[in-house]
Design a protein around this ligand. Structure first.
Ligand code: AMP
Length: 280
């Protein structure tokens, strides 16, 4: 396993692998890895000859008041976690390498990114799809792996691949959870013991919604009203949004008569957490 920080070197590594006819699997991450990330890496390893994991805390996707500076970083720890998985390359460029001072081209999605997290974090998805487009150009993967945990993100990336005719298959894998079913997230490391316990309310609420919708309650307004009552039982949680939308178009729905995804975002203290669940 080698660590490459230089774009030129990364490209020539890929060129050599391609010459040998190898397939390339790619897992983009911001590091501080947990079992959720590692599940994507294992899937990449199964499907591809060469696996590249990028570790890059992308400044473009953080708002001015967000946690870019304090986002957890520990490359040595990440290397130790990745070593046993037999990957080929960690690509970990600096912010200057990816975004030199004269950088001026961005990719933008204009529909799926309008609601949910996109509404609360203006510019976030522009930052995400710009960096992912750059990473796809550098690594030229056959398959790239994303987590269902960031449902809106994987929807937008799928749309970008379609709209820009990119030659990469997107594979979305289920959310990996802690023992108490809280979704694994690098940001969980910010939570105090009390906050960590309170964070269970996100998935509890999503399960409540799923159960109601799958037990024949079709009125989404009614489902969401009841779910919000449940959320009030956790005073540490401050809701940002709770929505039930079409899994592909992300359009909000009134009736639970087709497959849906319920998504939640909110704050516990200063930590912003998200989660989602698929319904039928
Ligand atoms: P991040 O490092 O948070 O940018 O995440 C990198 C990738 O890992 C994204 O595709 C995420 O959706 C995915 N991911 C993050 N948390 C989880 C999780 N708990 N289960 C599965 N995938 C995850």
């Amino acid at each position: 396993m080698q660590t490459i920080t230089d774009i030129k070197k990364m490209k020539s590594f890929i060129k050599e692998a391609r010459k040998k006819g190898k397939t390339i699997g790619f897992v983009p991450t911001m590091g501080y890895l947990h079992s959720g990330h590692l599940s994507l890496v294992s899937a990449a390893k199964k499907s591809s000859d060469v696996v590249v994991v990028s570790i890059f805390v992308n400044p473009l996707q953080f708002g001015p008041k967000e946690d870019l500076k304090k986002y957890p970083r520990d490359l040595e720890r990440d290397k130790k976690l990745l070593a046993p998985l037999g990957i080929d390359v960690i690509f970990s460029p600096t912010a200057e390498e990816m975004f030199p001072p004269d950088f001026s081209c961005y990719a933008e999605e204009t529909k799926l990114s309008k609601g949910l997290c996109g509404k609360k974090r203006p510019g976030h998805f522009k930052g995400v799809i710009t960096v992912v487009l750059k990473l796809f150009q550098i690594i030229k993967p056959d398959i790239a792996f994303f987590g269902a945990k960031d449902w809106q993100q994987q929807s937008i990336i799928r749309k970008k691949v379609k709209d820009f005719h990119l030659d990469v298959e997107i594979n979305t894998l289920p959310t990996v959870r802690e023992e108490d079913e809280v979704a694994m997230s690098s940001r969980n490391s910010y939570l105090s013991k009390k906050e960590r316990k309170a964070s269970r309310i996100l998935y509890q609420t999503l399960c409540f919604i799923k159960e109601m919708a799958e037990n024949d309650e079709k009125d989404i307004k009614k489902i969401l009203k009841n779910a919000k009552k449940l959320l009030k039982s956790e005073p540490l949680f401050k809701l940002e949004y709770l929505e039930m939308v079409d899994p592909e178009t992300l359009d909000p729905k009134d009736t639970a008569d087709k497959p849906l995804v319920a998504l939640i975002a909110g704050f516990i203290g200063k930590t912003r957490l998200i989660d989602n669940i698929l319904i039928r």
